[in-house]
Design a protein around this ligand. Structure first.
Ligand code: GLA
Length: 381
């Protein structure tokens, strides 16, 4: 997305130039499924698509939000605490949640403004457009008021907005990767710190996203349910978070944990081991091993965490039997959405089309094929 185009669009909608333009990328969850809110580790990649935001202050007490996607302006008063919006204005909860979060970090809140958001992220593909709009909004509001907290604070502001205003009990993966991303790299997050680092992408590997456009009707409720099940398992195991249990300790404690909670815990605890294995395999340049861990992560989602679907399973099965694919797994929360494949030079458009055709023959609809490049993290443009 380019700055000139966004400035021109802002000019068209609001009749003047913005004071600040920012951009934050979407992300791919590489491996570490539902580990973040359990205090574990995770690897993700920021992509070269995202959300751009432009802001200019106003002095008449109005906050005007416009998104090119919705094509409409939502005008809200600057006075009083931000109020949660519904219906067509639902999307403004992301920037509003950021405004509501700022005082919790000792930061001052911008009053009136004109605000424009534009996105080149495919919608509903599980690439975290919510974290992208939160981080781009945070950087814009902060920049317009001359505040420049460190990157970790910006990431936490985004997570705060999501947890406390939007109301999703997510971990720090999406905002952390959008904030700390770097082209050609994966972002490693130790969510307990949190601590952020980058790891180079394996040479010659590329990402493919297959978006099924299926989404379980109860996806938000199911995410929250998994969150609760994990916390219940931790309590039964007498630890604060599941990261504090080893695979061996969990096995020994099996008899004392309710069977469903045990399955959820096993997925998380073993997934944290797989993240560690992936970091080691990346360092050793063993891409075949990386791929097998990605696929093992999916199998665990399928049988233990039960956040996969027939559509996602079919894509993973078809992809891993295609030539040139190192591994494949669902990416993000699950319950529909998208599958990610890590592939080498032997996998290209022809092979991807064959996967999509097999899927269409079975499910009657074609998934989108999205070859993805990594990109840099959130920034003022
Ligand atoms: C969603 C959440 C993340 C993370 C993943 C699952 O993307 O927003 O915080 O929990 O699901 O790993």
């Amino acid at each position: 997305m380019n700055k000139t185009a966004l400035v021109a669009q802002f000019q068209k909608v609001f009749g003047r130039a913005p004071e600040i333009v920012t951009r934050a990328p979407g992300r791919i969850e590489f491996i570490g499924n539902h580990t973040d809110y359990n205090g574990g580790t995770v690897l993700g990649a920021s992509i070269d698509r995202g959300v751009a935001v432009a802001v200019a202050r106003r002095t008449d007490g109005k906050r005007n939000f416009h998104s090119s996607y919705a094509g409409k302006t939502v005008s809200l008063p600057a006075a009083g605490a931000p109020m949660k919006q519904s219906g067509e204005a639902f999307w403004t909860n992301y920037p509003l949640g950021v405004l509501a979060a700022l005082p919790h970090f000792g930061l001052s809140v911008i009053e009136g403004f004109d605000y424009l958001a534009d996105s080149d992220l495919p919608a509903g593909a599980g690439l975290s457009s919510s974290a992208a709009i939160e981080l781009a909004s945070a950087l814009a509001f902060l920049g317009a008021t001359g505040q420049a907290p460190d990157r970790e604070t910006v990431v936490k502001i985004g997570k705060h907005a999501e947890n406390h205003f939007v109301g999703v009990p997510c971990g720090i993966l999406d905002q952390g990767v959008s904030g700390f991303g770097k082209a050609g790299h994966l972002v490693f997050i130790d969510c307990a710190g949190p601590r952020f680092a980058t790891v180079p992408m394996p040479a010659g590997a590329s990402f493919w996203i297959f978006n099924t456009h299926t989404k379980h009707a109860l996806v938000d409720g199911l995410y929250a349910a998994r969150h609760r099940e994990c916390m219940a398992a931790a309590q039964a195991l007498d630890v604060k978070l599941l990261v504090d249990v080893s695979v061996e300790e969990l096995r020994l404690a099996e008899a004392g944990v309710e069977p469903v909670a045990y399955k959820r815990a096993r997925h998380v605890v073993e997934e944290i081991e797989r993240v560690e294995g992936t970091v080691q395999a990346l360092k050793a340049g063993d891409i075949a091993k990386v791929g097998s861990l990605l696929t093992a992560s999916h199998r665990s989602s399928q049988s233990l965490f039960e956040n996969s679907t027939a559509e996602l399973d079919f894509l993973v099965d078809t992809l891993v039997s295609s030539s040139g694919v190192y591994g494949a797994r669902l990416t993000g929360g699950g319950f529909g959405g998208a599958v990610m494949a890590l592939a080498g030079a032997g996998f290209g458009t022809v092979q991807a089309e064959a996967v999509a055709a097999a899927y269409a023959a079975k499910f009657g609809a074609r998934p989108d094929i999205l070859p993805m490049n990594t990109g840099d993290g959130a920034a003022v443009l």
